[in-house]
Design a protein. Structure first.
Length: 304
């Protein structure tokens, strides 16, 4: 068994000390988890969604347990980019964390405004959340139409001074089509998968459990689908992939790396184990040593 392995990965010229980040919306902006996790031990912290102006989010109840995961309909509640830049970015930098900022908006103009505000911030990368409802088109998510994906990616890429990762929605017929559209629009990488649209009904009240009626399904239930979609996208595009979806342990993360993910984001697992992300880093390192693999990059996408 070898003693030393390389865990460093590179996406769009940004070097990360290991391939593990956290999924947007499951880790806040890092401060609340910093008493459990040394943030600099992660490859990066991916922040909760940030918009140009503050968003209030959806009415409560906004979260529901499911047999193998959870539904959430938070509605991307956040205090806006100004406060995020003044408060959260300095905190993350003080903990020597790499920073990926998830960006949301209701119109292309809102995305661009937020991205331009973040150009002045000391961050490393932007993750473009295209699962937001496109108000100009009647509320249909940006990420469900390949032409719209290419258009918004191109415009945001032109406005951004940071590398742009496009987060893909799984609520489409063929996720490779939106992945290719993001690549054609100039994306530096893609991240997948976002949550699946689901619903829970309270049989006692005979009404919707969530105030929003529907929510995003995440957790172990979606993991095999996420692995399949990552594998499909890895065969379809030449840009790096950040994989996510039901990653609960190192084995789940390694599956995604073998399928084609350069980095892996840990999401729902953070809610029942605040140390899940760093334990997964340790698990990947042990896997490489036990299998006499000196560099994590050597196993990215080797399952064809």
């Amino acid at each position: 068994m070898i003693n030393e392995v390389n865990l460093k990965v590179n996406i769009a010229g940004v070097e990360f000390k290991n391939p593990i980040t956290v999924a947007s919306g499951t880790f806040g902006s890092g401060e609340e988890y910093s008493e459990f996790v040394k943030l600099s031990d992660l490859g990066a912290v991916t922040t909760k969604g940030v918009s140009a102006e503050p968003w209030e989010g959806n009415d409560t109840p906004r979260v529901a347990e499911t047999p193998a995961g959870m539904l959430n309909a938070i509605g991307l509640q956040n205090p806006g980019a100004d406060l995020f830049i003044k408060r959260d970015v300095p905190f993350l930098r003080s903990r020597n964390a790499k920073i990926i900022v998830n960006v949301c908006g209701h119109t292309i103009e809102e995305y661009i405004e937020c991205v331009k505000m973040l150009n002045e911030a000391d961050i490393d990368m932007i993750e473009l959340n295209i699962s937001c409802p496109n108000v100009s088109k009647g509320g249909i998510a940006f990420g469900t139409n390949p032409r719209m994906v290419k258009k918004i990616t191109k415009k945001v890429k032109r406005a951004s001074e940071h590398p742009v990762v496009v987060k893909l929605s799984p609520n489409v017929t063929d996720i490779t089509e939106t992945a290719k559209a993001a690549e054609k629009g100039g994306a530096d990488a893609v991240s997948l998968i976002n949550t699946f649209t689901g619903m829970k009904i309270d049989i006692d009240k005979q009404d919707f459990f969530l105030a929003n009626r529907t929510g995003g399904l995440s957790g172990p239930a979606v993991h095999p689908i996420a692995v399949r979609m990552i594998h499909d996208v890895a065969q379809a595009v030449d840009i790096p992939i950040i994989g996510m979806g039901g990653v609960m342990n190192a084995e789940d993360a390694i599956e995604m790396i073998l399928a084609g993910a350069t980095m892996v984001a840990v999401g729902t697992a953070n809610f029942n184990n605040p140390r899940a992300s760093v334990e997964i880093v340790e698990g990947i390192e042990n896997y490489l040593k036990e299998n006499d693999i000196s560099d994590v990059n050597d196993i990215v996408g080797i399952v064809k």
